[in-house]
Design a protein around this ligand. Structure first.
Ligand SMILES: NC(=O)c1ccc[n+]([C@@H]2O[C@H](COP(=O)([O-])OP(=O)(O)OC[C@H]3O[C@@H](n4cnc5c(N)ncnc54)[C@H](O)[C@@H]3O)[C@@H](O)[C@H]2O)c1
Length: 334
């Protein structure tokens, strides 16, 4: 099977490309390589004989010339930073939404199936406060309402989801949408925009300070974390069953087993690194932040019998070991 990975030099795209190459799929990556760390991933792909084409997926003319008849496209290309998206809506909507549109046009031409990596941020901000304030907290499911403001990033992902369904309806294109929660693991570079688990570890490893931002600086915001290896295993299962299970949307997260608040994350990072760092309190909450997200993986279990095998500590530990081993190399990217 020929698989095109869009955003193959990002955190998820690069890990997935290598994982699937090891399973003997034919992989081609497309990535615009805008960020410095993408080049490190591009070199990694080369070691596994995976080619990356430097194309900005906003440019359909270039994409349409590509002679790679993919059976499947996995769309991992996006600008994932929520705060950035709110500063520059035009750029993020063009980048995230037009990129998906172009990939859909390309899939239509080649009759490819598509797996889209969506986000938990398609759920409205108000829902997170509502769930957070419940005594018995609910898990997010595929049925949780998506109605309401969600950040420009969330909107761009939600709009892409809806567009995929339109293409599926009009052109019988088969798709899977995975709404990912916070995902982490080795090769996530500890950059603010990439996710807080690797950021927390990197700062602890380097004895640099951090901030508890918002919610009165309490560090009480709750998230679950999905291990990158669990995600790769899931997508492998989805590929193997794609002729039977398609046109479905799934919530994918660390789930009940793997949630934390920032204070707990700090304690775990202290334990792993043996370093205690200064954490400042910034009381003001960003308009875009959410206090709570934990995913239900029940639908995934029903369809694929898939469940996470890593726990939060495993993810932290292997990411820490990777960061420590590659510290010198990684420092160049900060
Ligand atoms: N990492 C997470 O915690 C998380 C959570 C929810 C959803 N997601 C989604 O998963 C996907 C992958 O996220 P990630 O963490 O690997 O992000 P990342 O920033 O590490 O990777 C994204 C990659 O896409 C590439 N890209 C972006 N726009 C492009 C364009 N127009 N043309 C070509 N390449 C382009 C970037 O260069 C980058 O290499 C994204 O769609 C994101 O929305 C990630």
């Amino acid at each position: 099977m020929k698989i095109l990975i869009a955003g193959g030099c990002g955190f998820i795209g690069s890990n997935l490309s290598i994982f699937l190459k090891k399973k003997n799929f034919s992989i081609l990556s497309i990535d615009k390589l805008k960020k410095k760390y993408c080049h490190l991933n591009e070199n990694r792909l080369k070691k596994y004989k995976i080619k990356n084409l430097r194309i900005d997926l906003k440019d359909y003319k270039k994409l349409s010339k590509l002679k790679f008849k993919a059976d499947l496209i996995i769309d991992c290309a996006a600008e994932p930073a929520v705060e950035v998206s709110s500063r520059d809506p035009t750029d993020v909507i063009q980048n995230n939404f037009i990129t998906t549109l172009n990939l859909l046009r390309f899939s239509k031409k080649n009759k490819s199936k598509i797996i889209f990596l969506s986000s938990s941020r398609i759920y409205p901000i108000k829902k997170s406060y509502e769930f957070f304030n419940l005594k018995n907290k609910k898990l997010y499911t595929e049925k949780t309402s998506t109605d309401g403001a969600k950040t420009i990033y969330g909107f761009s992902k939600f709009a892409s989801e809806e567009l995929i369904k339109e293409f599926s309806y009009a052109y019988k294109m088969e798709f899977i949408i995975n709404r990912l929660g916070l995902t982490s693991g080795p090769w996530q570079f500890g950059k603010v925009e990439q996710g807080l688990v690797s950021l927390w570890l990197w700062k602890h490893l380097n004895k640099q300070s951090l901030n508890y931002i918002g919610f009165r600086g309490s560090g009480q915001q709750i998230r679950d974390v999905l291990d990158i290896d669990d995600l790769c295993e899931l997508i492998y299962l989805q590929i193997n069953k794609i002729n039977k299970i398609y046109n479905q949307t799934f919530c994918v997260g660390g789930g009940k087993k793997n949630f934390f608040n920032l204070k707990l994350l700090t304690r775990l990072c202290e334990k792993i690194t043996n370093n205690h760092i200064k954490i400042y309190k910034i009381k003001k909450t960003s308009l875009y932040d959410i206090p709570y997200y934990i995913s239900s993986n029940a639908k995934l279990f029903k369809y694929y019998k898939w469940k996470t095998s890593s726990n939060l500590n495993d993810t932290l530990l292997k990411t820490y070991i990777w960061m420590k081993l590659n510290k010198k190399k990684l420092e160049k990217y900060f």
